[in-house]
Ligand binder design. Structure first.
Ligand code: SF4
Length: 256
């Protein structure tokens, strides 16, 4: 069985800030250590090492303090500054792998860190207002949402679904019809990227596991994405389902 450990609420923010603080401590220790290593050697090298340390620590401190500032504002549901989306994108690209590494050392479940990033992303998107036409909203889900026994090829055309109601594909087609949004079922990241390139959506509701959601957030830059973690009662990648209320709420958030 998939353990599917996730964290909710304050826990996410506390763990996130804790890991960021450790990361800053490590950066400080490494850069100061390197600087001290060159002390007593050639004064010229020491001066370069000292200047480099000050620059690295200043940049790291500004970025990390800015991230912590945003996280705390999200935590208390305060309005978010405009630069925060960009900063979150940067942190997903740069900070996320380091946090996964630290999380491994501290024996955190990777999904806890992934959930923290996706929840922060969602909070950011939900704190903005949108006015997007339904045809420019895309719901994406992996094909494991389709029942494994179902013979119909819905990845090429979701309308091949016979709407038997045995999986959430039926419900998601229902949401597509109700709101006039686009819904696609993906076989993998490559097809997802191609679909986004072809349809050029202005907003995405992404349904997937924590790992795929993070990959999606890393891949797709400059588009608001609301990430909805799927349910995996039979383990990963088989007969998954989704909380339809969350999907519908996400669609409504993007609509005029
Ligand atoms: S709703 Fe029924 S027909 Fe449609 S994909 Fe699911 S199992 Fe297949």
């Amino acid at each position: 069985m998939d353990t599917q450990k996730t964290v909710k609420g304050d826990n996410v923010y506390k763990k996130f800030i804790f890991l960021l603080s450790i990361m800053f401590g490590l950066i400080t220790a490494i850069t100061v250590g390197l600087m001290l290593f060159t002390r007593g050697e050639n004064q010229y090298f020491y001066k370069i090492a000292f200047s480099a340390t000050i620059i690295v620590l200043t940049i790291a401190a500004i970025v990390l303090l800015a991230i912590i500032y945003i996280v705390i504002r999200l935590w208390y549901n305060y309005p978010i500054p405009k630069f925060s989306r960009k900063l979150l994108e940067i942190s997903i690209t740069l900070v996320y792998p380091i946090m996964i590494f630290l999380g491994k050392l501290l024996k955190y479940n990777k999904n806890i860190i992934r959930a923290a990033f996706t929840e922060l992303n969602n909070k950011l998107v939900l704190s903005n207002e949108y006015n997007i036409e339904p045809k420019n909203i895309l719901i994406l889900t992996p094909h494991c949402i389709q029942k494994s026994f179902c013979p119909h090829k819905i990845t090429t055309d979701i309308r091949n679904c016979k709407r038997c109601g045995k999986c959430n594909v039926d419900n998601l087609i229902g949401l597509e019809d109700k709101y006039g949004v686009n819904f696609r079922v993906m076989t993998g990241g490559t097809l997802a990227r191609k679909t986004i390139k072809d349809l050029k959506p202005k907003a995405i509701v992404a349904i997937a596991c924590e790992r795929d959601l993070i990959s999606g957030l890393q891949d797709v830059k400059g588009l608001p994405i609301i990430a909805v973690t799927n349910n995996r009662p039979e383990g990963p990648c088989v007969n998954t389902s989704v909380d339809l209320n969350k999907v519908e709420k996400a669609i409504k958030h993007f609509l005029p």
